[in-house]
Design a protein around this ligand. Structure first.
Ligand SMILES: Nc1ncnc2c1ncn2[C@@H]1O[C@H](COP(=O)(O)OP(=O)(O)O)[C@@H](O)[C@H]1O
Ligand SMILES: [Mg+2]
Length: 218
């Protein structure tokens, strides 16, 4: 899915985060949005995913203008095509891994099918056999990978990942980026916000946010 941003502007009070921001994100590519802490990276991801309202501009998903869709159509788009891996992972802490991963699966698949796809996906993210563990008993790196497993199970066309390395050591950062890169090769559009050079160096495309400007670094 292709995402295009035209003349996006957003301020909080008199703090301007970006104005007349233009960019396009293509399927099969991975984008880093970098910039200092407080520069507006999370806000930008929230705006693109309609979790936060923009002041002006246009957001297009495959050429369709999102803000003009009805609320129920927006929710449908979100359900079907977008996965957001939040900085704090967005998991239910005292549920098991499997319970969390059942959420993105559709109602019409059987119990056995669900179990099989959950276990297959856990293997893919290096968490084989952890399905019955409670989320709070996992390390930050493991929780991050459960959140990515949820994105994979949802079969999202677009994956947003906010500061994936915030709680990870270098080895786990590489593991998570390897998984994201496989998803990219499958044709998904991947947007990652990060101020970490290790993350940014793995992305083919890099934008920098700062002083309300959005520069394409590569
Ligand atoms: N809901 C909000 N209301 C007011 N100010 C906010 C809100 N959300 C974020 N901000 C401010 O906007 C700026 C950018 O925040 P954020 O998008 O989280 O930056 P980053 O992710 O790059 O660290 C910060 O100064 C932050 O305090
Ligand atoms: Mg942030």
């Amino acid at each position: 899915m292709r995402i295009e941003l035209q003349n996006l502007s957003k301020s909080f009070g008199d703090k301007r985060l970006f104005s007349n921001l233009n960019a396009a994100f293509e399927p099969g590519a991975m984008y880093a949005i970098t910039g200092k802490s407080g520069s507006g990276k999370t806000t930008l991801l929230n705006c693109i995913t309609l979790l936060e309202k923009i002041d002006s501009g246009v957001i297009l998903y495959d050429g369709k203008q999102m803000q003009n869709l009805s609320h129920s159509k927006q929710i449908a788009l979100y359900r079907k095509t977008i996965s957001f891996v939040f900085q704090n992972y967005g998991l239910v802490d005292d549920w098991t891994v499997a319970e969390n991963l059942k959420l993105p699966l559709t109602f019409n698949s059987s119990k056995a099918d669900k179990r099989e796809s959950i276990n297959k996906t856990l293997e893919l993210v290096g968490l084989k056999g952890k399905d019955q563990m409670r989320v709070y008993s996992l390390s930050g790196g493991e929780q991050q990978r459960v959140a990515i497993a949820a994105a994979i199970l949802k079969d999202a066309k677009v994956i947003f990942c906010d500061e994936p390395s915030a709680a990870l050591d270098l080895e786990n950062v590489q593991l998570v980026l390897n998984i994201l890169d496989v998803l990219r090769q499958q044709g998904r559009t991947i947007l990652i916000s990060s101020h970490d050079a290790n993350v940014v160096s793995r992305c083919q495309n890099v934008y920098q946010l700062g002083n309300s400007k959005f520069l394409k670094l590569r």
